[in-house]
Design a protein around this ligand. Structure first.
Ligand SMILES: Cc1cc2nc3c(=O)[nH]c(=O)nc-3n(C[C@H](O)[C@H](O)[C@H](O)COP(=O)(O)OP(=O)(O)OC[C@H]3O[C@@H](n4cnc5c(N)ncnc54)[C@H](O)[C@@H]3O)c2cc1C
Length: 500
C-alpha cells in the first residue's frame, strides 16, 4: 500500500478504535470526540502533505519492496543528500503544526528506521524488527511509543513494585506469543495512533527479567486500555489558536493480559539487551527529528514575540532586544547542530548514513532548558499583555465592543488584531496547554538530569578535550621549571653592574 491520505488514516482509525477513556466516559469515536478530533485532523493534514505534488519529491521515496511511494521518514539514508531529504520532510511536517505537535508520525518512524538499520542487535528477533519496519512503512502507519514505567515507587526496582504487574511484564508465554500485563506512561497521541512500540527504560537486573521486553501491538489490541489526562482542547480558534487545533493527548496505557504475537516480539525477557538498547543509536534519528521540530517551535515563538513586541512598541528598548537576541541564539545553535549532525554523519559498512548523534544530544540536553527559558522570555516581555485580553471573542458581539476596540488596540494595530496576536502568544506562554508544553519539552526525552549525566558526561568522548589540556601540562614539569628559574636568576646576576 502506498502513502496514505488523511482520509484513509481517519478511516483506518474508525475501523480499529482503541479503548480510550476520558474520566468516566468511554470515547465512542476518537475521530469525532471534541477533545481528540482536532489532533486527528492535524495528523490527517500531515498525511495529505505527502500527496502535495510540490512536496512529494522530498516527502516520499520509492519502496524497495514494491516500488510504490512511501514516506521519507522510513528512508534508510545512503548519502548526505538523503539526510537532507529527511530534514526537509521533518521540517515540512513540523512547520505544519508550528513545531507544536511533538509526536507526529515521523518521530516513531525515525526510531523504527534506526531499529531496522541495526536489527542485528535484536539477535534471534532481528527478522521480526526488519519485517515490522517494512510492515509499518508499507502501510504508512502512525505509531506511538511507551517506555516509562508508572510513577508509583521510584525507589524500587520493577520486581519490587507493590504489585508484580505494576510495570508491564510477561505473565506467561503461549504458542501464539507473550501475554503481558501492567501499565506504561505516557502514550502521547495514543488514542489516535495505529500501533505502539513498547519497551522499558532504565536498568534491569536478572530478577527484573520479565519486564525486560520490547514489542509492538495495535492500539486496538484486546486488553489495551488508554486513560487520558484532562484534555486542553478548546473550542474557539480565535481565543486558543493552538489548543483548539494541536492538543496531542497523553495517556496511560493499561495492558490487561494483552497477547503479543511472536512476530511482534523484539526482546524477550532479556535484561542485558534492554540495558544495552542505546547501542541501536535510535537517538541519532529521533534526535534529528526532535531537533528539527524544536527549530520550528523556537522560530514560531520568536515570530510571535517579535510581532507582540512591535504591537506595543517595546522593540526599541535594549533589554527587549537582548532577550530577543537570546532566542535567536538558541535558534541558530539548534540549526547548526542539525547541519553538523548531517555533515559529520557516521557511514556504516553497508553505506548507511547515520546522523552524528553528538550534536543532536547536545541540542536535546539544551533544548529541555532553553524551551522553558524562551517561554519565560515571552512572559517577561509581554508581561500583563498576556492577561490583557477579553475572555472571549464574543465580546465583539456585545454592548461593550466599543470599549474593547478603544482600549485593547496596539500602537498601530486594531484591537481585533492585537487580541488575536496576544491570545496566540498566551496559548504557549501562560495557558494550561502551554504548561503542558513546557513539561513536554523538559521531559519528553527522559529525565533531563539523568539524560545530561549519561550522554554529556559518562558517554561523551572526552579525548579531544583531555588531549588539549594534557598538551599544555606535558610541556613543562617541576625540574624544567626549576632549571628555567635558576637560569633566569643566573642571567640576572650576570647583568648586575659590578660594585653595586
Ligand atoms: C507531556 C509529556 C509527554 C510524554 N510523552 C511520552 C511518550 O510519548 N512516550 C513515553 O514513553 N514517555 C513519554 N513521556 C514520559 C517521559 O519520558 C517521562 O516523563 C520522563 O522520562 C521522566 O520520567 P518520570 O516522569 O517518570 O519522572 P521520574 O522518573 O518519576 O522522576 C521524577 C523526579 O525524581 C527524580 N528521580 C527519579 N528517580 C530517581 C533516581 N533513581 N535517582 C535520582 N533522582 C530520581 C527525577 O530526577 C525527577 O526530578 C512524556 C512526558 C511528558 C511530561
Amino acid at each position: 500500500m502506498p502513502i496514505r491520505t488523511g482520509a484513509q488514516y481517519i478511516e483506518n482509525l474508525k475501523q480499529s478504535m482503541p479503548e480510550t477513556w476520558i474520566g468516566n466516559e468511554r470515547v465512542q469515536d476518537v475521530t469525532t470526540h471534541p477533545a481528540l478530533a482536532p489532533a486527528v485532523r492535524a495528523v490527517a493534514r500531515l498525511y495529505d502533505l505527502q500527496h502535495d505534488p510540490q512536496l512529494q519529491e522530498f516527502m516520499t521515496y520509492r519502496s524497495p519492496s514494491t516500488g510504490d511511494l512511501v514516506g521519507t521518514s522510513f528512508l534508510i539514508p545512503k548519502s548526505r543528500d538523503d539526510l537532507v531529504k529527511r530534514r526537509l520532510m521533518h521540517k515540512t511536517w513540523a512547520d505544519e503544526t508550528f513545531g507544536i505537535m511533538g509526536r507526529t508520525t515521523d518521530f516513531i518512524s525515525a526510531m523504527l528506521t534506526a531499529w531496522a538499520i541495526r536489527a542485528d542487535f535484536f539477535g534471534e528477533y532481528a527478522d521480526n524488527v526488519r519485517r515490522y519496519y517494512e510492515f509499518v512503512r508499507e502501510h504508512d502507519l502512525f505509531l506511538t511509543h511507551v517506555l516509562i514505567n508508572p510513577q508509583v515507587d521510584r525507589s524500587k526496582s520493577p520486581a519490587e513494585q507493590p504489585d508484580p504487574f505494576t510495570y508491564v511484564g510477561v505473565v506467561r508465554e503461549t504458542d501464539k506469543g507473550l501475554i503481558v500485563r501492567g501499565a506504561k506512561m505516557l502514550a502521547t497521541a495514543g488514542p489516535y495512533a495505529d500501533e505502539m512500540l513498547v519497551w522499558p527504560f532504565g536498568r534491569h537486573t536478572p530478577k527484573d527479567a520479565r519486564y525486560a521486553i520490547a514489542f509492538a501491538v495495535p492500539m486496538s489490541a484486546p486488553g489495551v486500555r488508554l486513560i487520558c489526562r484532562e484534555p486542553y482542547t478548546k473550542q474557539s480558534v480565535y481565543d486558543h489558536p493552538l489548543a483548539s487545533q494541536f492538543d496531542e493527548m497523553d495517556a496511560i496505557v493499561v495492558f490487561d493480559d494483552v497477547l503479543v504475537p511472536w512476530e511482534r516480539v523484539f526482546i524477550n525477557q532479556d535484561p542485558e539487551r534492554v540495558n544495552n538498547i542505546w547501542q541501536v543509536n535510535s537517538n541519532a534519528f529521533t534526535g534529528h527529528q526532535t531537533s528539527i521540530r524544536l527549530l520550528s517551535k523556537l522560530q514560531f515563538m520568536l515570530g510571535l514575540t517579535l510581532l507582540c513586541a512591535d504591537a506595543i512598541q517595546i522593540s526599541q528598548f535594549p533589554n527587549v532586544q537582548d532577550m530577543i537576541g537570546e532566542i535567536t541564539t538558541y535558534i541558530e545553535l539548534v540549526r547548526a547542530g542539525i547541519i553538523a549532525s548531517e555533515a559529520t554523519a557516521e557511514v556504516l559498512p553497508d553505506g548507511t548514513y547515520v546522523p552524528n548523534v553528538t550534536p543532536l544530544l547536545a541540542i536535546r540536553n539544551s533544548g529541555n532548558r532553553w524551551y522553558p527559558r524562551v517561554r519565560e522570555i515571552m512572559q517577561l516581555l509581554l508581561a500583563g499583555g498576556l492577561m490583557y485580553q477579553p475572555a472571549s471573542v464574543t465580546v465583539f458581539d456585545s454592548p461593550i465592543a466599543d470599549d474593547v476596540r478603544k482600549y485593547y488596540r496596539g500602537a498601530s494595530i486594531s484591537a481585533e488584531e492585537k487580541i488575536k496576536l496576544f491570545k496566540a502568544a498566551a496559548d504557549l506562554a501562560v495557558s494550561d496547554f502551554g504548561g503542558r508544553h513546557e513539561l513536554y519539552e523538559r521531559f519528553y526525552a527522559g529525565d533531563p538530569f539523568y539524560l545530561r549525566i549519561i550522554t554529556q558526561y559518562r558517554l561523551y568522548d572526552k579525548t579531544e578535550a583531555l588531549n588539549l589540556a594534557k598538551k599544555l601540562l606535558e610541556s613543562y614539569d617541576v625540574a624544567d621549571t626549576l632549571d628555567a628559574l635558576k637560569r633566569a636568576e643566573e642571567e640576572l646576576v650576570k647583568e648586575q653592574p659590578a660594585g653595586r
